[in-house]
Design a protein around this ligand. Structure first.
Ligand code: MN3
Length: 236
């Protein structure tokens, strides 16, 4: 209570605050305390403003892709985690690994893997990104692909070749890097590889901006948005 003056409240305002706190505590007694609704996997904040990826990816695309799609995958992943006792206390990666390729857990897998994939995707992009890799990630890319240009070409082709919805990844298979294409929600994690970078090639990632021109979106991401610092940080 001695903090009240520091908050700049007069006594009458402070009592209103205290009354509000009492009401909230009462809600707890009735079993609707906010803690009862705590989500296992809160939606991580977007690492930049919605318009930060323009002109490659519009604020409108990000507002749907993050605000609607990513948020919905998290909501569904949380719902599954809350409803299935077998998932209690598990990480998203653990849930993805245990639900992969089990038809009866397809909903759990799809939503949890998509939540994880999207958070990874948003971190793979950065305003002012793109350009050439440097340091350890340059060395690793040169060792596998001979050059950054050949890596770029290989990833771009993989993204174009993925039929329907999916993802094009740079992943590490122990010491070696590889390009991996996955359908729908599948992540290289279930194949035993460590994801380093990804491009989302579901139509919701680019259709508002590029319509059918998936290649233009992928090349824009590789040339102007790839967050090399994050990619390098994923090298073990
Ligand atoms: Mn997506």
């Amino acid at each position: 209570m001695e903090n009240a003056p520091a908050l700049g409240l007069d006594r009458r305002e402070f009592l209103k605050t205290a009354a509000a706190a009492t009401l909230l505590a009462g809600a707890g007694v009735l079993g609707i305390h906010p803690a009862a609704h705590a989500e296992a996997f809160p939606l991580p904040a977007l690492p930049y403003p919605e318009n930060a990826l323009e002109p490659v990816i519009s604020a409108r695309t990000v507002s749907f892709h993050y605000g609607k799609h990513t948020a919905a995958y998290y909501a569904n992943a949380n719902k599954a985690a809350a409803e299935m006792p077998a998932l209690a206390g598990k990480t998203m990666e653990e849930i993805v690994l245990l639900s992969y390729d089990k038809p009866e857990m397809a909903g759990v897998f799809n939503n949890t893997a998509q939540a994880m994939n999207h958070t990874f995707y948003w971190k793979c992009l950065a305003p002012g990104g793109g350009g050439e890799p440097t340091g350890r990630i340059k060395d690793a890319i040169d060792a596998t692909f001979s050059s950054a240009a050949y890596f770029r070409k290989s990833l771009s082709e993989a993204a174009g070749a993925q039929f329907g919805s999916g993802w094009a990844w740079l992943a590490a298979d122990k010491d070696r890097l590889k390009i991996v294409r996955t359908p729908n929600a599948v992540t290289p994690v279930v194949l035993g590889y460590k994801p380093l970078f990804v491009v989302d090639v579901w139509e919701h990632a680019y259709y508002l901006d590029y319509q059918n021109k998936r290649g233009d979106y992928v090349n824009g991401v590789l040339d102007k948005l790839i967050n090399w610092e994050f990619v390098a940080s994923n090298l073990s």
